[in-house]
Design a protein around this ligand. Structure first.
Ligand SMILES: C[S@@+](CC[C@H](N)C(=O)[O-])C[C@H]1O[C@@H](n2cnc3c(N)ncnc32)[C@H](O)[C@@H]1O
Length: 200
């Protein structure tokens, strides 16, 4: 079998991700809604206005929208947005082409959902991600999703240690949930955890 080759090497550029979507090399893609998110939605006392940065194929959009949640998903890759809009059917207008670092949502999110966005970016970019999360979320609002733990210097995906993630987030957030994940794709298996962090 021929190995897939890529022209774009910079994960901070939208072309990097578009090329991988176009070549159907998306090993991070679960092909559906993660179990921990389904559980979180099912036990949430009320719908939450939700932002999904770097949504990729964005299967979560339909799940949240059908549960009555006001969800907006963004991605800066046109190919990712096209895939997400195709998957979203009647909810396609919930998906926008935008760069997370400059996107200003119409409504302040009560929840930012994280999956494979932080780990898609080089570690040097993480403080800027956390800064933007903390600007977008008011005190009491939530950051929930999947966090990838790994030491390899190579990525994406780029992993954190437990201590590094804590160091990054603890100034603005307190962790209120931490659980193992049972339905990981192979690249994340045994190395990701479901966590919920509340904005201080
Ligand atoms: C590894 S994929 C994960 C996609 C999706 N969250 C999932 O769980 O399948 C990372 C995604 O983040 C997007 N992305 C990276 N940097 C971004 C940025 N600055 N603004 C918006 N999207 C970005 C990429 O285009 C890509 O679709």
């Amino acid at each position: 079998m021929m190995a897939t080759t890529f022209d774009s090497r910079d994960p901070m550029a939208p072309e990097f991700w578009s090329e991988r979507f176009e070549k159907q090399f998306t090993p991070w893609d679960l092909g559906g809604v993660p179990r921990a998110l389904r559980d979180f939605v099912a036990r949430s006392p009320a719908p939450l206005a939700t932002l999904i940065p770097g949504c990729g194929t964005g299967y979560e959009v339909v799940h949240l929208a059908e549960a009555g949640w006001d969800v907006t998903a963004i991605d800066f890759s046109e190919a990712a947005v096209a895939a997400a809009q195709a998957a979203a059917g009647k909810w396609a207008d919930r998906i926008l082409t935008a760069d997370f670092f400059t996107f200003a949502p119409a409504r302040a999110p009560q929840l930012i959902y994280e999956r494979a966005f932080l780990c898609a970016l080089p570690r040097a970019r993480w403080p800027a991600v956390v800064q933007r999360w903390s600007e977008l979320l008011a005190p009491g609002a939530l950051l929930a999703g999947f966090f990838y733990f790994d030491k390899s210097p190579k990525g994406p995906p780029f992993g954190a240690s437990e201590e590094e993630l804590h160091h990054l987030l603890a100034t603005h957030f307190e962790r209120i949930e931490d659980a193992a994940v049972s339905d990981s794709v192979p690249v994340f298996a045994g190395k990701e955890r479901w966590q919920v962090w509340r904005r201080k």
